[in-house]
Write a protein that binds this ligand. Structure first.
Ligand code: NDP
Ligand code: MG
Length: 396
């Protein structure tokens, strides 16, 4: 490409969004910010617009759009401010966009990410919930449009790097026996089980190795994050759930591994800093500086591995069950989890009740095959309403 690649960053005000802008700013000759989106952090979005001078910015609603448009005009910027899902889909599919970083958190990212896929863009996928909800439809859309899908989730980016360069589809065809998905185990890996009743949102969000948004931090503490990643890996790499094994690796230096039939096990290593997978996906198949310091193996000194304990982490078992059930089960798992995590962050439920709510929702509602996006959105809405009923019934 002769011109700098024009990038849309969905979820620019978040943790992944800011890391993406950090990498982009290191390479002005290669990348140009085309559009940025934010949601609640309007002041931060304004600052990002002043720095990166995008053609478009997208906010939550018309009122926020008016406020931001006024601020940017006063500063002499020609940025056009759009709003809502239609605005997000517009900046994802715009003909002038080369690549889209999909870094909105949760189901809210589904339609804008799909819009980028359907427009055949290079899609850098951080928003794992979108793929978990709509896996079959999402991957069909990738194949139909010819979009280039690059995983940003550090584990999936690692697996992508450990698979053959010409990897297309079907793990057995390239001699892969298993995917080994590493997990740090989060902040509660060794907390006495009885104490989990009393842990606070602050403790859940204090991840030992990674600095991330609040929702994914809670998911890491419950290991639902690893459950969502298991489902994500199945779609991205055409794997069956039984081919993906979760390995607790507390140092978070190995980001995942691929086990081949000849006994070779390839790992991708690095400091736990999301700028590495972001830079990898932005420049792929080339390599660029990400700003991440070199890995100091002498400082790491040792690498530990443990089997996950499903009694401690029931969310992992629930996610594996949903992966095996297929159909609408992963969309319901995801939606129930989003409601439960939000309630936990608002101190309305205790930490172990997150798994309790998801378990109940999955038991109450039959799984049906996914025929269309409509059926995914219906399953999402139904699971949210059942999780809401749980909260009401328990007076939360
Ligand atoms: P953050 O909470 O830090 O950021 C989320 C972004 O989404 C923000 O820009 C936020 O805007 C925006 N947003 C929130 N709700 C909505 C909504 N309803 N509509 C539109 N935009 C919305 O999350 P992270 O950056 O940590 O995570 C983003 C995604 O990347 C998640 O899917 C996560 O699982 C995935 N991921 C993150 C990793 C990490 O290290 N952080 C690692 C691997 C994957 P605002 O802040 O202005 O409200
Ligand atoms: Mg991850």
């Amino acid at each position: 490409m002769s011109h700098p690649q024009r990038i849309t960053v969905l979820g620019a005000t978040g943790s992944i969004g800011l890391s993406t802008l950090d990498v982009i700013a290191r390479h002005p000759e290669r990348y140009q910010v085309f559009a940025l989106s934010g949601f609640s952090r309007l002041g931060e979005l304004e600052q990002l617009c002043l720095k990166h001078r995008p053609q478009f910015a997208v906010v939550a609603d018309a009122d926020a759009a008016r406020v931001l448009q006024g601020g940017l005009q006063a500063a002499g910027l020609a940025t056009r401010v759009l709003w809502g899902e239609a605005g997000l889909c517009e900046i994802s599919a715009h003909p002038d966009v080369d690549a889209v970083m999909a870094a909105i958190v949760g189901a809210a990212g589904l339609q804008p990410t799909l819009a980028a896929v359907e427009a055949g863009k290079k899609v850098l996928l951080a928003n794992k919930e979108a793929l978990v909800m709509s896996g079959a439809l999402f991957m069909q859309a990738v194949r139909k449009s010819g979009a280039v899908l690059l995983p940003i989730d550090s584990e999936h980016n690692a697996i992508f790097q450990c698979l053959p360069g010409d990897y297309a589809r079907g793990l057995p065809a390239v001699g892969v026996r298993r995917i080994l998905l590493t997990a740090s185990g989060g902040p509660f890996r060794e907390t006495p089980l009885a104490d989990l009743e009393h842990v606070s949102p602050e403790q859940a969000c204090a991840h030992p190795n990674w600095s991330m948004g609040r929702k994914i931090s809670v998911d890491s503490a419950s290991m639902m994050n690893k459950g969502l990643e298991l489902i994500e890996a199945c779609w991205l790499f055409d794997a069956r759930p039984a081919q993906v094994e979760v390995v607790i690796h507390p140092q978070s230096v190995i980001h995942s591994l691929v086990d081949y039939v000849d006994g070779s096990v390839l790992a991708q290593m690095g400091n736990p800093d999301m700028r590495t997978p972001i830079a990898h996906a932005l420049a792929w198949p080339q390599r660029i500086d990400s700003g991440v310091p070199p890995l100091d193996l002498f400082a790491v000194a040792r690498l530990d591995f443990q089997r996950p304990d499903e009694q401690r982490f029931p969310c992992l078992r629930l996610a594996r069950q949903a992966a095996e059930a297929g159909g609408t089960a992963p969309a319901m798992l995801n939606a129930a989890n989003e409601v439960a995590v939000a309630a936990f962050l608002e101190r309305r439920i205790r930490f172990p009740e997150i798994a309790g709510i998801i378990d109940e929702v999955l038991n109450l509602e039959a799984t049906v095959p996914v025929g269309s996006l409509e059926s995914v959105l219906q399953a999402d809405a139904r699971a949210r309403s059942l999780a809401g009923e749980w909260l009401n019934r328990h007076g939360r």
